[in-house]
Design a protein around this ligand. Structure first.
Ligand code: ZN
Length: 334
């Protein structure tokens, strides 16, 4: 008997974990933040930096009898602005400690410089994979216009992978599960079999394995999808009964969901292999062959998808990168 999503939310609420759905200006819609009524009083993610998000955070906390001032601990699940934009404002009001993956702390602290560096990295990656310059320029200005919804975050409680975070009534284990972003961290309540997974697993959409600069500061391009699939396989082995996501409804059968996602990636990989076998193609040409001319805002996302699947084929030895010095094209090895 699996639970319905509503039953899962009820069950979580009985365990003192309440889902607050905070508005964002992004296509993804509302972001789920989680209030944990325990000591310390904790909020997992805050929503983006906007007056509307702040108002809703206040009113939804009030529905549970709390205010922003009462918060004692903020947990940051990953580096994306829809999840963390309000952290500094909430900390200014509450004095709450900020717990997040320690190896991401420097990046979170230097939000503006980091966002610039991330954009430069993305532009370079897009040009190398055949995306026209005007598209990269347009995407860069979109990215700049979104930046106001983010903020720097000062991590005061850096977490190591596997570290236990104690509360009065529970322990949450912080587990690094990179892929959707390099800093994705999930929080596991082993006693209650509840997993707060943020964007690592989302019921209604597959989490994009967005290619992002590695946390270690190297400029080697990470294999985001390869990493993400490894992360999903590890999560698959966890005996979770309820998985609370960063967007949408809770997941009550994460094994089936992960199997489904991995099968989908496998099918897409084979589709991309066929396209490469027809003729060598750049990442951009592959994306166009699959999705046609997508909106500019989707260009980086679709490129991340294509490169991720090409990485799987490269690792299997079926495809290799041919670099003419300007653009990388994929070709079969056979
Ligand atoms: Zn995210």
């Amino acid at each position: 008997m699996t639970m319905t999503p509503d039953q899962a939310l009820e069950q979580a609420a009985l365990a003192g974990i309440h889902c607050l759905r905070i508005p964002t200006p992004f296509a993804v819609g509302r972001v789920n933040c989680y209030l944990i009524e325990d000591e310390p009083l904790t909020l997992i993610d805050t929503g983006p930096n906007s007056g509307k998000a702040l108002d809703e955070l206040q009113s939804q906390l009030a529905e549970h009898g709390h205010s922003i001032d009462d918060l004692e601990r903020i947990i940051v699940t990953h580096q994306h602005i829809d999840h963390l934009g309000l952290v500094e404002i909430v900390v200014q009001r509450s004095g709450a400690e900020v717990a997040a993956l320690g190896i991401a702390a420097e990046r979170l602290a230097n939000f503006d410089e980091d966002a610039e560096a991330e954009d430069r990295f993305a532009v370079e990656l897009m040009l190398r994979n055949g995306i026209p310059e005007e598209v990269t320029a347009a995407l860069r200005s979109v990215s700049r216009s979104f930046r106001g919804w983010g903020s720097h975050v000062t991590v005061t409680k850096p977490l190591e992978d596997g570290q236990s975070l104690p509360f009065r009534d529970r322990i949450l284990q912080a587990i690094h599960r990179p892929g959707h972003s390099p800093s994705d961290t999930i929080f596991w309540d082993e006693g209650r079999k509840i997993l707060v997974a943020a964007d690592h697993l989302i019921a209604h959409i597959s989490s994009n394995p967005l290619i992002s600069r590695p946390l270690d500061g190297s400029d080697k391009r990470p294999q985001a999808l390869v990493t993400y699939i490894e992360s999903m396989r590890k999560t698959r082995e966890m005996p979770a009964e309820i998985v609370l996501s960063g967007h949408g409804e809770p997941i009550t059968d994460h094994v089936a969901l992960i199997d489904d996602r991995i099968a989908k990636h496998d099918r897409r990989k084979e589709k991309i292999y066929k396209l490469i076998a027809e003729q060598p193609r750049s990442g951009y040409e592959l994306a166009q062959a699959i999705w046609g001319n997508v909106a500019v805002t989707q260009a980086f996302l679709t490129l991340s998808e294509v490169i991720g699947h090409a990485d799987l084929l490269v690792n299997e030895g079926r495809v290799r990168e041919a670099d003419d010095g300007e653009v990388i094209r994929y070709e079969t090895t056979g």
